[in-house]
Design a protein around this ligand. Structure first.
Ligand code: GAL
Length: 395
C-alpha cells in the first residue's frame, strides 16, 4: 500500500474513533505515573510483593508526588477455565482482593497481557479471548493494561502474506483489545508495547493507545538508557494529552547507574513527557533515590498540562540541548554532556535567543532548586560527564 493511502486510512480511523478518544484523553491527560514490577522483580513477583510496593509508594511520599499506578507485569497468568476465563496463578490467590487493597491506598492497579497465545515469558496470552479478558480485568478492578506483542509477532504476523498484511494484523489485534476495554465501560489505560515497530507513534492513537513503547527494553546501564533516551529525537510531534510516546520504564534506584546518570535519566524522561513508571524496589530506597523520583519540579515538567513533548534543539559532538514547551510560554531546558566519565566537566553555552527568548528571562536550576535571576543572551553552564543541568526558563 502506498504511504499516502496509509495516511488517509489512519486519518479516517482517527475521525471514526473520536468519541471514545475523548474519554481516553481524560484518562491519560498527562503521562501516566506509577510503578511496574518487571525491571526489578521480573518473574519474582507475587501478591505480597505488590502489596508491599503499594504501601511503600504511600510511605515514601511517591503517591503524594503524583505516582498512581501499581502495575503487575508478566508472569501473573494462570490457566483458563472450561468457559475460557483466565485465572491468576498461585502467586496471586485473589486478584480482586489485591485490586481492592491497592485502591484502598488511593492507588490504581495495572496488569499485563499479550495479543498472542503466549506472553513474552511464555504465560497465557489473550489471543482469541480479548473481550473476555477485558471483562475479567474490569471485574477485578484493573485500571491499566500493558499489551505486549510477544508471540503474536512470531505466530500470526510471521505467517502473513506480506509486511503490509502483517502490519494490518497487528493493528487489528490492538484494536480488538481496545474495543474489549471500551465495552467494559471502565476507564482502563491502554499501554501498547511492541517496541516501536512500524512507527507505532504514527498509528498508536488510532487503536486507542494511551501510550506506546517506542523502543526495545531498557536496562540499568547508562549506555542503554542513553541510547534509548537520546534516540527519541524527532518523536515529539506524536505525543499529546491522552496518548504518549513511551521510552520504557525507569531504572532509577536499581543501582546500575551513578547519581549524575540517574539525573540524566529522570531529566530526559521528564523532557520527553514520558510515562514515569518506577522500576525499582520501593521498599528499599535510599534517600537519594526517593529525592530523584519525587523531585516536584522535575515531575512538574513531565506532567505539565500543556502536554507537549520536548525535543533536541541543538547538538554539537557530545553536548546536547533539549527543550520542552511548558504552560505560560515557559520552557524546560536540559543541557546534557555525553562525554566519557574520565573527562572533566564541560562548559556549554546556552543561547536563550536560539530557544525563542529575545528578552531577558528568569532562569531556575531545577535540580539545585535555585533561582539564577534574570539573564539575557548567552549563558554558560558547567555540566558533569554523563550529567545534565536542567533549567526552567520563564519569559
Ligand atoms: C517484554 C517487554 C518488557 C516486559 C517483558 C515481560 O517484551 O518489553 O517490558 O514486559 O516483555 O515478559
Amino acid at each position: 500500500m502506498k504511504s499516502a493511502s496509509i495516511v488517509c486510512l489512519l486519518l479516517a480511523a482517527f475521525a471514526v474513533s473520536s468519541p471514545s478518544r475523548a474519554q481516553e484523553s481524560a484518562l491519560a491527560a498527562t503521562p501516566p505515573m506509577g510503578w511496574n514490577s518487571w525491571n526489578h522483580f521480573a518473574e519474582k513477583i507475587d501478591d505480597a510483593t505488590v502489596r508491599a510496593q503499594a504501601d511503600a509508594m504511600v510511605a515514601s511520599g511517591m503517591r503524594d508526588a503524583g505516582y498512581v499506578y501499581i502495575n503487575i507485569d508478566d508472569t501473573w497468568e494462570g490457566q483458563r477455565d472450561a468457559q475460557g476465563f483466565i485465572h491468576a496463578n498461585q502467586k496471586f490467590p485473589d486478584m480482586k482482593a489485591l485490586a481492592d487493597y491497592v485502591h484502598s491506598k488511593g492507588l490504581k492497579l495495572g496488569i499485563y497481557s499479550s495479543p498472542g497465545p503466549k506472553t513474552c515469558a511464555g504465560y497465557e496470552g489473550s489471543y482469541g479471548h480479548e473481550e473476555q479478558d477485558a471483562q475479567t480485568y474490569a471485574q477485578w478492578g484493573v485500571d491499566y493494561l500493558k499489551y505486549d506483542l510477544c508471540s503474536f509477532n512470531d505466530s500470526a504476523m510471521k505467517q502473513a502474506a506480506s509486511p503490509e498484511a502483517a502490519h494490518q494484523l497487528m493493528i487489528g489485534a490492538y484494536q480488538k483489545m481496545h474495543d474489549g476495554l471500551l465495552k467494559t465501560k471502565r476507564p482502563i489505560v491502554f499501554s501498547l508495547c511492541q517496541y516501536g515497530m512500524d512507527s507505532v507513534w504514527r498509528w498508536g492513537a488510532s487503536v486507542g493507545g494511551n501510550s506506546w513503547r517506542t523502543t526495545d527494553d531498557i536496562n540499568d546501564t547508562y549506555e542503554r538508557m542513553e541510547t534509548i533516551g537520546f534516540g527519541q529525537a524527532g518523536l515529539s510531534r506524536y505525543a499529546a494529552p491522552g496518548h504518549w510516546n513511551d521510552p520504557d520504564m525507569l531504572e532509577v534506584g536499581n543501582g546500575g547507574m551513578k547519581p549524575d546518570e540517574y539525573r540524566t535519566h529522570m531529566s530526559l524522561w521528564a523532557l520527553l513527557a514520558a510515562p514515569l513508571l518506577a522500576g525499582n524496589d520501593l521498599t528499599k530506597m535510599t534517600s537519594e533515590t526517593v529525592a530523584l523520583l519525587t523531585n516536584r519540579e522535575v515531575i512538574a515538567i513531565d506532567q505539565d498540562p500543556l502536554g507537549k513533548q520536548g525535543d533536541r534543539v541543538w547538538a554539537e559532538g557530545a553536548y546536547e540541548i533539549w527543550a520542552k514547551p511548558l504552560t505560560g510560554g515557559a520552557k524546560a531546558v536540559g543541557v546534557f554532556n555525553r562525554q566519557s566519565t574520565w573527562m572533566k566537566p564541560s562548559q556549554v553555552e546556552v543561547d536563550f535567543r536560539m530557544l525563542g527568548f529575545k528578552d531577558a528571562v528568569h532562569v531556575r536550576d531545577v535540580w539545585q532548586g535555585k533561582d539564577l535571576g534574570r539573564i539575557s543572551g548567552l549563558y554558560k553552564v558547567t555540566v558533569p560527564t554523563h550529567g545534565v543541568v536542567l533549567l526552567r526558563i520563564t519569559p
